[in-house]
Design a protein. Structure first.
Lengths: 243, 254
């Protein structure tokens, strides 16, 4: 049973048609890798799934509800179920790491402050961020910021997580850390979409992949099937060949 | 044509933000703590600037009128002219212009930086509203603090005029205060003070609008900040004319 459906998604920017007819779906508990060159609009599709962007036409369905038709107020319950991990972490720089993690808990749960404190400590230990609790985002490395961003996004236990290039620009240690966290969430049954250029990470965490090119999905399938097809579009993309 | 279209687009965008803010102000959740933080940022930290501006305005006006009217034997009219000008015009307008420069620029650059670093998107993605967390606390803080700052500016401006009157023009302090009390009516005071609520909206909505619509990274933040200060200053100056007319009509009815 598919949890996410994107159907006939079309969007243009400044008169330029970026998405013509993007269609794909993601089953419950599955991790879909959304691949494609720079500027093909992968992040725009991802942002549309929580209503940060609206398509010109087409449908964006989460559990059968077309979120593209929702108002900002109607999107709030959707955004508590669907988490978005920003490429740069997008941490609130006026708050400490602790306050960043407390933000969704205070907004969407009825936990008391001691319970919030315990929940944050558990999360910090799980993400290897114990020493960062009272630091400001500016005092953290890029890798730590991304880990805090991921920790903040999933702290209230979403059903779906959308990753926007979570490993871009990271050293191998932080890349592996992020991969492990994504795998752990996948093992817990969290549905996810993973937008990336980082092919080793994509192969490590994704169940299926979809290749976005010229405004539509041109190749889609299980990772093993796509790997086996030596002349397939995905192989050409991985090897850096012109499609 | 594009310039006009762009102008109306921005004007429409700011008007829509005003409507949405008004609509959302009375709906849950309420963020009192954020509003109190903003009251401190807008009000308390702007106080020294407002005091200096009001004091120097009152002193300069008294000096200019005093020296000018002395030739015609009209020096005794200085308390009347200075206090009336300050209460009806100079106090509200100068305080608002100072706040447009200081607070408006601060809001636009802060919100603009949050926009380009995707913090505004993060507020939305985490199931909360930038309107409730960012815009409304700032608008309410301006609406509460600007009239208070204006009252302080009026008092200090009149004191500045009195100081110059006593020290440079040879006017008696008690005479000065007596003339101020005789001249200024509640209607005079309210016709100037009432404008500050409109000016607070001009400053806060314009600043938030330009901050939320920043494009083009850090350079865009600088451009938006300049636009915000210029636009809200123009709104204050042009709006002042129409508000003066409006209050004048209301005064005729009363």
């Amino acid at each position: 049973m598919a949890l996410i459906h994107v159907r006939n998604f079309a969007k243009s920017f400044d008169g330029k048609q970026v998405h013509k007819n993007v269609t794909f779906s993601v089953k419950e508990g599955e991790c879909l890798g959304l691949l494609g060159g720079s500027g093909v609009g992968k992040s725009v599709v991802l942002r549309s799934l929580i209503g940060l962007e609206k398509p010109d036409s087409g449908e964006v369905l989460i559990e059968g509800d077309d979120v593209s038709k929702y108002s900002e107020r109607e999107l709030i319950p959707i955004r508590t179920k669907v988490a978005y991990v920003f490429q740069n972490g997008a941490l609130f720089d006026s708050m400490s790491v602790y306050e960043n993690l407390a933000y969704p808990l205070r907004e969407h749960t009825s936990l008391t402050e001691p319970e919030i404190k315990n929940r944050i400590h558990e999360q910090l230990v799980e993400f290897g961020l114990e020493d960062a609790e009272f630091k400001s985002p500016a005092q953290l490395s890029g890798g730590m910021q991304k880990r805090v961003g991921l920790a903040r996004s999933i702290i209230i236990g979403p059903k779906v997580v959308l990753y926007d290039e979570p490993t871009a620009g990271l050293d191998p240690y932080n890349t592996v850390k992020i991969q492990e966290m994504i795998q752990r969430l996948r093992d817990k049954g969290v549905t996810s979409i993973f937008v990336t250029h980082d092919m080793p990470s994509a192969f490590a965490v994704c169940d299926r992949m979809a290749l976005l090119q010229d405004g539509e999905v041109v190749a889609e399938g299980a990772v093993e099937d796509l790997k086996r097809d030596p002349n397939g579009l995905l192989q050409k993309f991985v090897k850096g060949e012109k499609p | 044509m594009n310039t006009y279209l762009h102008f109306f687009q921005q004007f429409g965008g700011a008007a829509l933000l005003f409507y949405q803010s008004f609509h959302e102000t009375f709906r849950k959740p309420f963020y009192f703590r954020l509003m109190l933080d903003q009251i401190y940022q807008v009000g308390i930290t702007s106080l020294p600037l407002v005091i200096v501006t009001a004091l120097s305005t009152g002193m300069v006006m008294a000096l200019q009128f005093g020296l000018g009217l002395e030739k015609f034997g009209g020096k005794l009219y200085v308390p009347k002219i200075v206090s009336l000008s300050i209460v009806r015009e100079m106090g509200p307008v100068f305080t608002s212009l100072m706040l447009a420069a200081r607070v408006g620029a601060g809001i636009t650059s802060e919100v603009g930086s949050m926009t380009v670093t995707q913090q505004i998107d993060a507020i939305r993605a985490l199931g909360t509203s930038p309107l409730k967390r960012i815009v409304i606390p700032r608008v309410l803080a301006c609406l509460i603090t600007l009239p208070l700052l204006c009252s302080i500016a009026n008092a200090i401006g009149i004191y500045g005029g009195m100081y110059v009157g006593a020290h440079d023009l040879g006017l008696d302090k008690e005479f000065y205060i007596q003339k101020v009390y005789q001249t200024i009516t509640l209607t005079d005071y309210l016709s100037g003070w009432g404008k500050t609520f409109f000016f607070a909206m001009f400053i806060s909505i314009t600043a938030c609008y330009f901050g939320l619509t920043v494009k083009g990274g850090t350079k865009g933040v600088g451009v938006a900040t300049t636009k915000s200060v210029v636009t809200s200053s123009i709104f204050i100056l042009v709006g002042d004319y129409f508000l003066t007319k409006l209050f004048w009509v209301i005064e005729q009815w009363l």
